[in-house]
Write a protein that binds this ligand. Structure first.
Ligand SMILES: Nc1ncnc2c1ncn2[C@@H]1O[C@H](COP(=O)(O)OP(=O)(O)OP(=O)(O)O)[C@@H](O)[C@H]1O
Length: 272
């Protein structure tokens, strides 16, 4: 069996007295789409924030088995002096947000160029003197931006203001921006929220294509069960901060614990 791209091991996350995640363990397979589902307040966004380096988990370990071997996300965040969530991006995890966070006053292509500054090794001096390496990195960044715009069916919008794009296109632009950092794992937080059915269908195709053609693994939080059942290879269900089911879409959809969590009744009532 292939090593999973991501291993979440016994993660607990507390906010004061609130336990948002308790002893959460699951793995995301390499080259596959893993969906994280569960009712409101189940702890999905919190575990996402731990994985993507926005929070440091109170307990447990998160391992990314990326292109440079296994990396402990908690250690990247707490590394003395240089540590932080930018190291998690460099290690190969990119994300999008539940509420779209684009630079709305910038053009579409500028949004993608900003994202790549983190990955380039240039410093102030090379910028002032416009060294050969600096110019080469700039050209590469522009080429990469246009590549991902065309992959996301956004090439014709390159020079429009990001804030002027229709909602569905803004969502795809966020994914393009994340892809510009060359991630091994992309984490999508409710990518279908606010989309109409045809935009959702286009989004499903884009996500599946990313996985199939670009050596990418996907972890997605989503409430749209139609989308989840259509694209997920593997589903992890959270409820009250804990994993209550983990398996194929079919096994999860028929799991009495999952049905009970969504209906807000006890498991015994479902099986009775
Ligand atoms: N920064 C925080 N401070 C205190 N409590 C928090 C914080 N973030 C989340 N929580 C609590 O942790 C629990 C899990 O929240 P979380 O946002 O992770 O759930 P979710 O499954 O993503 O919900 P939704 O589907 O509504 O987005 C909730 O009870 C929430 O109130």
């Amino acid at each position: 069996m292939k090593t999973p791209i991501l291993e979440v091991q016994n993660v607990t996350m507390r906010f004061g007295g609130i336990v948002a995640n308790r002893d959460v363990s699951f793995a995301a397979e390499r080259g596959a789409i893993t969906a994280l589902i569960g009712p409101n307040g189940a702890g999905k966004t919190t575990i996402f924030n731990c994985i993507t380096g926005f929070y440091r988990a109170s307990e447990g370990r998160i391992l990314l088995n990326g292109r440079n071997g296994p990396q402990d996300i908690g250690q990247l965040m707490t590394r003395p002096i240089t540590g932080g969530s930018h190291l998690v991006t460099r290690a190969g995890i990119a994300r999008t947000f539940q509420n779209i966070r684009l630079f709305k006053e910038m053009s579409v292509v500028e949004n993608l160029l900003v994202a790549q500054h983190l990955a380039t090794r240039n410093n102030l001096l090379s910028g002032v003197f416009r060294t050969r390496a600096y110019r080469a990195a700039e050209t590469e960044a522009v080429d990469r931006a246009y590549f991902w715009l065309s992959q996301m069916n956004l090439a014709s919008d390159a020079n429009r203001l990001a804030g002027e794009l229709p909602y569905g296109r803004q969502r795809r632009l966020e994914i393009a921006r994340a892809m510009c950092t060359s991630p091994a794992l992309i984490c999508l937080d409710e990518p279908a929220a606010g989309l109409n059915p045809s935009e959702t269908r286009e989004l499903s195709e884009v996500i599946q294509r990313l996985c199939a053609e670009h050596d990418l693994s996907v972890l997605v939080i989503e409430h749209d069960m139609g989308l989840v059942m259509r694209i997920a290879d593997h589903i992890v269900v959270l409820d009250h901060g804990e994993v209550i089911s983990d398996g194929t879409p079919d096994s999860v959809a028929n799991d009495p614990a999952v049905i009970a969590a969504y209906l807000g009744v006890s498991e015994e009532e479902v099986t009775a």
